[in-house]
Design a protein around this ligand. Sequence first.
Ligand code: SF4
Ligand code: SF4
Ligand code: SF4
Length: 317
Amino acid sequence: MAQRIPAQILSQHSDADVTVTSNAATDAYADTTNNGKANVDTNTRLKVAVHKFASCDGCQLAFLNAGADLLTVNRLFDIRHFAEAGLLDNRPLIERDIDVAIIEGSVCTAEDIQRLQQIRDSSQRLITIGACATSGGIQALRNMADAQQWLAEIYARPESLSSLDTATPISQHVKVDLELWGCPVNTEQLLHALRNLLWHSLPENNKDKVCMECKRAGNICVMVTENKPCLGPVTQGSCGAICPHHGRDCYGCYGPAENTNTDSLSQRFSGFGLLPEEIARKFLLINSQSKPFLEEGKKWHNQLTSQPQTSDKGLRL
Ligand code: SF4
Ligand code: SF4
Ligand code: SF4
C-alpha cells in the first residue's frame, strides 16, 4: 500500500510529492518518471550514516531538531548509524556499504585521518555539515598558534594527549560531494539536501550573501544605521540573516560567499574605528581557515607586527 507524504516536509521550496511503497519488486527508490513524484521503496532506501569528528555536536542537534519530520526521514531513508540519536552500526567501517555519509567535525588526530578514509571508502556520497567539517571550525584557531604551547598551558599532563597540531576540514583529506556551511547548519539545509538525494542529486550550495537574505527579510541594516561591523556582505547565506534580524552584526559563521570584497569591507570597519587587531579577529574566527577570511585576517594582523608573517604560526589572537 502506497503512502503519500507531502514533500514540503522535506523541503519548504517544493510542490512535488513522495510516494512510499513496500514493494520489493521496485528497485528504484526515486523515480522521476512518476509524473514528477518520487517512488520510495522501503526495501531499497538509501543507507545513511552520520559520523562525528572533533565538534560540539551542534550540527547533529540541528538534524535532530527536525522533530516530527524525523519520522518522515526515517521512512524515506535507512539510517544505519547516528550515535547522537542512539543508532549504532557496530560492523567495521569498511564493511558498511553506505550510500550517504554525513560528517560533522574536523580532523584533529591521526586516528581521525584513518577513520575518515575508511568512511569515504565505504560510502557512495559524502556530505560535510557545519563549519568544523567544512573549514576546521573554531578549533582551527590553533593552526595559527603554537599548539603544543597551548596544550602545556591548558592541561596538567599534556603528554597524555595525542592530537595533531592542526584542525583541518574534511575536504583536505578526502573527496567531499557536498558542503553545508554554518555554525551550526540549519535543519532546512539538511532536509533540503536529503530530499534532493531521493532523486540521486545534490543541491547547489547557496553562495549568495547574507545581505541578500537580510534585505529580502526587510531587516534594518545594522551596519548602515548603527555602524556595527557586519560580515553579511562577504558571508554566504542560508541562515535567514538571523543575526541582523535580532539587531546584531553577522560574524560570518556560514563562511565566505562568492566574489567577496573583504578588502573594501574591512576598510569600512577601519572607518568605524576598529583597530587592526579587531578587524583581524572578525575574519579569523569560526571560519578562519577559509581562504578569503584567512587572507584578510592575516593582512590586518600583519599590521600589528614589524615583520610580515611568513607562516600562519604565531598569529596569536
Ligand atoms: S560547526 Fe559549530 S555547531 Fe557545528 S559542530 Fe562545529 S562548533 Fe558545533
Ligand atoms: S545588516 Fe549586515 S547583512 Fe544585513 S544588509 Fe546590513 S550589512 Fe548586510
Ligand atoms: S547572520 Fe551571520 S553569524 Fe548570524 S547565523 Fe547568519 S551567517 Fe551566522
